[in-house]
Design a protein around this ligand. Structure first.
Ligand code: GTP
Ligand code: MG
Length: 222
């Protein structure tokens, strides 16, 4: 078995504790590699389902898929915000969205089809489900959020790794992206009338999704 390369002179004292900074960085890189592997695995699963639907039913439920690994800054910010310890063990235990995939579907019905088919797979276990479509957030945000765990096979062990899967329609994604952009650029607390206007946009977008779903059902499920 290959051995890890060791660096010299990488000992630091942090908060009264002796820390090997090279080891810490290496451990973090290995952790990221693990989450990256799990993310790609779940992405491939969803892609395969989409391709199968295309071949079988001439309808691909997936418009596109986005993936991202949480940045180190964002991991640290979340640990601090939630009051968790700053350590690799704490990251593994407490942060469920290091690996994130976002599945953008064409129609609302496709969201639940993809979620059900993914969760039926032997090597995918559901850890948490938040249905912000059945129960939208107060600001109007809609999406189906799942945290799933899947095994990743490494050279010397098998690790079960969580992946956050957000599934939403094109219309929901349009609102969420614009809202994120608007809120992100504004450092001030949002005035009530702005919140109301954003909520109106969310409701208008939802009305489009409902209408499109009806048209889709009329065309394909008659
Ligand atoms: P985080 O600490 O932000 O990860 O929240 P959480 O752990 O309580 O999870 P939740 O499932 O509520 O939402 C997590 C993710 O969903 C966020 O990182 C966003 O990508 C998305 N999200 C949730 N609420 C909103 C929202 O109001 N607007 C937008 N644009 N995105 C949202
Ligand atoms: Mg998050």
């Amino acid at each position: 078995m290959l051995k890890r390369k060791r660096q010299s002179n990488t000992q630091l004292v942090v908060a009264g504790r002796q820390v090997d900074i090279a080891d810490q960085i290496q451990d973090f890189l290995e952790l990221r590699q693990l989450y990256n592997a799990a993310m790609r695995k779940v992405k491939t699963k969803v892609e395969i389902l989409g391709e199968e639907f295309q071949v079988r039913y001439n309808h691909n439920p997936i418009h596109h898929i986005e993936c991202r690994l949480k940045t180190p800054q964002s991991i640290i910010e979340k640990l601090n915000r939630k009051g968790y310890e700053l350590s690799l063990e704490s990251i593994r235990k407490n942060i469920m969205d290091i690996a994130g995939i976002r599945v953008i579907c064409n129609y609302i019905d496709d969201i639940y089809t993809i979620a059900d088919l993914l969760l039926k797979q032997d090597d995918v276990a559901l850890v948490r489900k938040r249905d912000y479509i059945a129960n939208p957030k107060e600001n109007g945000y809609r999406s189906l959020h799942l945290v799933v765990v899947t095994p990743v096979f490494l050279s010397d062990r098998k690790e079960h790794v969580p992946v956050e899967v957000q599934i939403r329609t094109i219309a929901m994604d349009c609102w969420a992206s614009l809202e994120h952009n608007l809120i992100y650029k504004s450092s001030r607390p949002l005035p009530d009338n702005i919140k109301e206007q954003l909520k109106e946009c969310a409701d208008a977008v939802n009305a489009i999704d409902m209408k499109i779903r009806d048209i889709y059902r009329q065309l394909w499920q008659l």
